[in-house]
Design a protein around this ligand. Structure first.
Ligand SMILES: [Zn+2]
Length: 368
């Protein structure tokens, strides 16, 4: 009997999580505990796989280990259970510490997301945000389940095929039929669904994840233009990743990815907006240019340099299109995907080296 008791204690110490999650409340506690500990592996065991959330949940968990939200709280409210499924509102509250800053400079953050829970045997698992599907002619369009949003998202449905056509027109690349687009009411909720350290963004796409965008505001014409701009941008990331081939997407430098995406969305940017982007990169070319190799790997680019990645990337793509023809930008991108080597890629695009390409682009932009 003593032996059995000792064994039981040992098991309890080894796997405390196995005793939790028998209720949604216990699941919230387990999620919170894993998140505060930065324990990505433990967090992943609490997730229900399904659709793009399979990849999104894993990437969210990886960020917990990278930039641990040590004070985050997880609270489920309005839990409605139906058999082995439940819907709830998840409120996340945490201090988002901007990159390179101390905890004292952190920003209090708080969002509430409608979510789904799944019971597997005796154990509840977290299934991510809850959405309402909106009928569309291309891929899957999903509106976050908050009052009024699905009705506002419905008129966006015809814009998916238009944005896909624009990517084909500008870059000659097809957008995959299975594209999934998730629409959120605001940036804080979108970013919190990606991962907790992400500053508020208006659009998002990573390989294997859904495209995420914020429902734009304004007049119907403004909403349409903003949606087409973001969709074309994010569809470009998807199409470039598909054309690069499996596992090769990450060989393409981040600045080039963003440059192509903004270049493809040109038709949906106002003359004034486009002029502002151009004068910004022309300015960087004269002073404040960040070496492109420092902007190649998104997770290693400090937030303070994101603007350089977007503007310089667009500038280099414009340079290639203007001096090497319509095929120029994709030629360089494809060479990066195939070789992962900057110098080899630059030679494929007709330059003696990557340094020569960068100098030529910078000189061209500085004189523009
Ligand atoms: Zn982008």
């Amino acid at each position: 009997m003593i032996f059995r008791a000792a064994l039981l204690v040992g098991l309890t110490l080894l796997c405390p999580a196995a005793l939790a999650q028998r209720t949604p409340r216990e699941l919230a506690q387990a999620l919170q505990q894993a998140a505060r500990a930065g324990d990505a592996a433990a967090y992943r065991t609490l997730l229900a796989a399904g659709g793009t959330f399979t990849v999104e949940g894993v990437n969210f968990a990886a960020d917990l280990a990278r930039r641990t939200p040590t004070d985050v709280t997880y609270t489920f409210s309005d839990v409605r259970q139906e058999g082995a499924r439940a819907s709830a509102n998840l409120t996340l509250a945490w201090t988002r510490v901007p990159e390179g800053k101390s905890r004292a400079e952190g920003q209090p953050s708080r969002v509430t997301l409608p979510v789904g829970l799944v019971r597997v045997g005796e154990v509840w698992r977290y299934a991510g945000e809850a959405f309402t599907p909106v009928k569309t002619g291309l891929g899957t369009l999903l509106a976050l389940n908050v009052p009024g949003l699905p009705e506002r998202v419905a008129p966006l449905a015809p814009l998916l095929p238009r944005a896909a056509q624009e990517v084909r027109n500008v870059l000659g690349l097809p957008v995959p039929e299975g594209a999934v687009v998730k629409v959120y009411p605001d940036s804080p909720r979108l970013s919190a669904s990606v991962y907790l350290s992400l500053p508020p963004v208006a659009g998002w796409n990573e390989p294997g994840e859904a495209i995420k965008l914020v429902m734009p505001g304004g007049t119907p014409a403004e909403v349409e233009a903003a949606t087409l701009r973001v969709l074309t941008h994010e569809f470009t990331h998807l199409a470039v990743g598909l054309a690069a081939g499996p596992g090769r997407d990450k060989r393409i430098p981040w600045w080039l990815h963003e440059g192509l995406a903004n270049f493809a969305a040109r038709a949906f940017v106002s003359e004034r907006g486009w002029g502002a982007w151009q004068s910004r990169v022309n300015g960087y070319a004269r002073s404040g240019w960040v070496p492109l190799t420092d902007l190649a790997d998104f997770p290693n680019v400090p937030e303070a340099r994101w603007d350089n990645a977007y503007r310089q990337g667009l500038g280099v793509v414009e340079f290639l299109a203007a001096t090497r023809g319509k095929e120029g930008p994709w030629q360089l991108t494809r060479a990066f995907a195939e070789t992962g080597e900057a110098d080899v890629a630059a030679r494929t695009a007709g330059f003696p080296s990557f340094a020569a390409l960068e100098t030529a682009a910078r000189t061209w932009l500085a004189a523009r």
